[in-house]
Design a protein around this ligand. Structure first.
Ligand code: VGL
Ligand code: ZN
Length: 195
Protein backbone atom coordinates (compact mmCIF):
# COMPACT_ATOMS: atom_id res chain seq x y z
CA UNK A 1 0.00 0.00 0.00
CA UNK A 2 1.09 3.50 -0.84
CA UNK A 3 -0.11 6.30 1.37
CA UNK A 4 -0.74 9.69 -0.21
CA UNK A 5 1.02 12.44 1.75
CA UNK A 6 1.28 16.24 1.40
CA UNK A 7 4.47 15.66 -0.62
CA UNK A 8 2.48 14.17 -3.50
CA UNK A 9 1.02 15.68 -6.66
CA UNK A 10 -0.96 14.25 -9.55
CA UNK A 11 -0.05 15.11 -13.16
CA UNK A 12 -2.66 14.36 -15.83
CA UNK A 13 -1.03 14.53 -19.25
CA UNK A 14 -2.70 15.88 -22.43
CA UNK A 15 -6.26 14.53 -22.11
CA UNK A 16 -7.31 16.75 -25.03
CA UNK A 17 -9.87 16.17 -27.79
CA UNK A 18 -7.28 15.90 -30.55
CA UNK A 19 -5.68 12.92 -28.77
CA UNK A 20 -9.02 11.17 -28.22
CA UNK A 21 -10.61 8.64 -30.65
CA UNK A 22 -12.32 11.30 -32.81
CA UNK A 23 -9.35 13.66 -32.80
CA UNK A 24 -6.74 14.34 -35.47
CA UNK A 25 -4.00 12.45 -33.61
CA UNK A 26 -6.01 9.76 -31.87
CA UNK A 27 -4.72 7.51 -29.14
CA UNK A 28 -6.72 4.29 -29.45
CA UNK A 29 -9.05 3.94 -26.46
CA UNK A 30 -7.62 7.16 -25.03
CA UNK A 31 -11.06 8.02 -23.65
CA UNK A 32 -11.39 4.67 -21.85
CA UNK A 33 -8.99 5.79 -19.12
CA UNK A 34 -11.09 8.84 -18.21
CA UNK A 35 -13.20 7.17 -15.47
CA UNK A 36 -10.06 5.86 -13.77
CA UNK A 37 -8.25 9.19 -14.14
CA UNK A 38 -11.29 10.87 -12.58
CA UNK A 39 -10.98 8.49 -9.62
CA UNK A 40 -7.37 9.57 -9.14
CA UNK A 41 -8.22 13.25 -9.61
CA UNK A 42 -10.99 13.09 -7.01
CA UNK A 43 -8.76 11.15 -4.63
CA UNK A 44 -5.93 13.71 -4.79
CA UNK A 45 -8.25 16.69 -4.91
CA UNK A 46 -10.34 15.68 -1.92
CA UNK A 47 -7.17 15.00 0.03
CA UNK A 48 -5.91 18.55 -0.71
CA UNK A 49 -3.09 17.44 -3.02
CA UNK A 50 -2.43 19.57 -6.10
CA UNK A 51 -3.56 18.26 -9.48
CA UNK A 52 -1.75 19.43 -12.62
CA UNK A 53 -3.24 19.13 -16.10
CA UNK A 54 -0.77 19.46 -18.94
CA UNK A 55 -1.93 20.37 -22.42
CA UNK A 56 -0.35 20.65 -25.83
CA UNK A 57 -1.03 24.27 -26.76
CA UNK A 58 0.46 24.94 -30.18
CA UNK A 59 0.41 27.94 -32.52
CA UNK A 60 -1.00 27.27 -36.03
CA UNK A 61 2.50 27.14 -37.55
CA UNK A 62 4.12 24.95 -34.93
CA UNK A 63 7.48 23.30 -35.67
CA UNK A 64 6.08 19.81 -34.90
CA UNK A 65 3.49 20.09 -37.71
CA UNK A 66 3.91 18.63 -41.20
CA UNK A 67 4.75 21.53 -43.47
CA UNK A 68 6.64 23.32 -40.71
CA UNK A 69 9.42 20.76 -40.27
CA UNK A 70 7.65 18.25 -38.05
CA UNK A 71 6.05 14.82 -38.33
CA UNK A 72 2.57 15.40 -36.91
CA UNK A 73 -0.63 16.62 -38.50
CA UNK A 74 -1.66 19.94 -36.99
CA UNK A 75 -3.09 19.21 -33.54
CA UNK A 76 -3.96 20.97 -30.30
CA UNK A 77 -3.86 24.40 -31.86
CA UNK A 78 -4.45 26.76 -28.95
CA UNK A 79 -8.00 28.04 -28.39
CA UNK A 80 -9.51 25.42 -30.75
CA UNK A 81 -11.99 22.64 -29.92
CA UNK A 82 -9.28 20.03 -30.49
CA UNK A 83 -7.09 21.58 -27.80
CA UNK A 84 -9.82 21.47 -25.15
CA UNK A 85 -9.77 18.82 -22.46
CA UNK A 86 -12.18 15.92 -23.04
CA UNK A 87 -15.58 16.93 -21.69
CA UNK A 88 -15.77 13.96 -19.32
CA UNK A 89 -12.47 14.69 -17.61
CA UNK A 90 -13.12 15.93 -14.08
CA UNK A 91 -11.37 19.26 -13.62
CA UNK A 92 -11.80 20.63 -10.12
CA UNK A 93 -12.33 24.38 -9.80
CA UNK A 94 -9.77 24.77 -7.01
CA UNK A 95 -6.32 23.38 -6.42
CA UNK A 96 -5.82 22.58 -10.09
CA UNK A 97 -3.14 23.88 -12.37
CA UNK A 98 -3.12 24.01 -16.16
CA UNK A 99 0.33 23.61 -17.72
CA UNK A 100 0.51 24.65 -21.41
CA UNK A 101 3.46 23.34 -23.41
CA UNK A 102 4.76 23.63 -26.95
CA UNK A 103 3.40 27.17 -26.98
CA UNK A 104 6.04 28.88 -29.13
CA UNK A 105 6.27 28.10 -32.83
CA UNK A 106 9.93 27.05 -32.84
CA UNK A 107 10.00 24.80 -29.79
CA UNK A 108 8.27 21.47 -29.09
CA UNK A 109 7.77 19.84 -25.73
CA UNK A 110 6.80 16.24 -25.06
CA UNK A 111 7.54 16.73 -21.37
CA UNK A 112 5.32 18.83 -19.15
CA UNK A 113 8.53 20.20 -17.63
CA UNK A 114 9.97 21.56 -20.91
CA UNK A 115 9.57 25.31 -21.18
CA UNK A 116 6.96 25.46 -18.40
CA UNK A 117 6.74 26.44 -14.74
CA UNK A 118 5.79 22.92 -13.63
CA UNK A 119 9.02 22.28 -11.71
CA UNK A 120 8.75 25.65 -9.91
CA UNK A 121 5.10 25.06 -9.00
CA UNK A 122 5.91 21.62 -7.58
CA UNK A 123 8.97 22.83 -5.65
CA UNK A 124 7.06 25.80 -4.21
CA UNK A 125 4.63 23.32 -2.73
CA UNK A 126 7.28 20.99 -1.39
CA UNK A 127 6.23 18.18 -3.71
CA UNK A 128 8.67 15.25 -3.80
CA UNK A 129 6.61 12.57 -5.53
CA UNK A 130 4.56 12.81 -8.70
CA UNK A 131 1.88 10.45 -9.96
CA UNK A 132 1.52 10.56 -13.73
CA UNK A 133 -1.33 9.41 -16.00
CA UNK A 134 -2.80 10.40 -19.37
CA UNK A 135 -1.63 10.14 -23.00
CA UNK A 136 0.43 9.15 -24.79
CA UNK A 137 2.44 6.55 -22.89
CA UNK A 138 5.16 6.53 -25.55
CA UNK A 139 5.41 10.31 -25.97
CA UNK A 140 4.26 12.88 -23.46
CA UNK A 141 3.68 10.55 -20.50
CA UNK A 142 7.11 8.97 -20.95
CA UNK A 143 8.88 12.30 -21.33
CA UNK A 144 7.07 13.86 -18.39
CA UNK A 145 8.00 10.90 -16.18
CA UNK A 146 11.65 10.97 -17.30
CA UNK A 147 11.70 14.75 -16.82
CA UNK A 148 10.42 14.34 -13.26
CA UNK A 149 13.03 11.68 -12.48
CA UNK A 150 15.78 13.89 -13.92
CA UNK A 151 14.69 16.74 -11.69
CA UNK A 152 14.91 14.51 -8.62
CA UNK A 153 11.26 13.63 -8.07
CA UNK A 154 10.13 10.14 -7.31
CA UNK A 155 7.78 9.15 -10.12
CA UNK A 156 4.81 6.80 -10.06
CA UNK A 157 3.11 5.86 -13.33
CA UNK A 158 -0.60 5.09 -13.17
CA UNK A 159 -0.68 1.84 -15.12
CA UNK A 160 -4.49 1.85 -15.23
CA UNK A 161 -4.56 5.50 -16.30
CA UNK A 162 -2.30 5.66 -19.38
CA UNK A 163 -2.71 4.83 -23.10
CA UNK A 164 -0.13 4.77 -25.85
CA UNK A 165 0.11 5.25 -29.61
CA UNK A 166 2.50 2.52 -30.83
CA UNK A 167 3.28 4.37 -34.06
CA UNK A 168 5.99 1.73 -34.37
CA UNK A 169 5.17 -1.67 -32.94
CA UNK A 170 6.73 -2.07 -29.51
CA UNK A 171 6.95 1.67 -28.77
CA UNK A 172 4.76 1.41 -25.68
CA UNK A 173 6.70 -1.56 -24.36
CA UNK A 174 9.99 0.25 -24.91
CA UNK A 175 8.61 3.36 -23.21
CA UNK A 176 7.55 1.32 -20.18
CA UNK A 177 10.96 -0.38 -20.03
CA UNK A 178 12.73 2.97 -20.23
CA UNK A 179 10.62 4.49 -17.45
CA UNK A 180 11.23 1.43 -15.27
CA UNK A 181 14.97 1.40 -15.93
CA UNK A 182 15.24 5.08 -14.97
CA UNK A 183 13.52 4.40 -11.66
CA UNK A 184 9.78 4.91 -12.15
CA UNK A 185 7.33 2.74 -10.23
CA UNK A 186 4.13 1.48 -11.87
CA UNK A 187 1.06 1.42 -9.64
CA UNK A 188 -2.69 0.97 -9.94
CA UNK A 189 -5.49 2.54 -7.97
CA UNK A 190 -5.84 -0.32 -5.50
CA UNK A 191 -2.19 0.26 -4.45
CA UNK A 192 -3.08 3.72 -3.09
CA UNK A 193 -4.45 4.52 0.29
CA UNK A 194 -5.56 7.99 1.39
CA UNK A 195 -5.60 7.76 5.17
C1 VGL B 1 1.92 14.29 -28.11
C2 VGL B 1 2.47 13.92 -30.30
C3 VGL B 1 2.59 15.28 -30.53
C4 VGL B 1 1.53 13.72 -26.78
C5 VGL B 1 2.04 15.65 -28.32
O1 VGL B 1 0.84 14.41 -26.00
O2 VGL B 1 1.89 12.55 -26.47
N1 VGL B 1 2.16 13.43 -29.10
N2 VGL B 1 2.35 16.12 -29.53
ZN1 ZN C 1 2.06 18.28 -29.95
Amino acid sequence: MLKITPLDALIVVDMQNDFMPNGVLPVKDGDKIIPRLNDYIKMFFSNGNPVFFTRDWHPENHISFKGYGGIWPPHCVKETEGAKFHKDLFIPLDNKFIISKGTSEDFDAYSGFQGTLLDNLLKERGIKRVFVGGVATDYCVKNTVLGALNLGYQAFVLEDGIKGVNLKEGDVERAVDEMLSKGATFIKISDIKIK
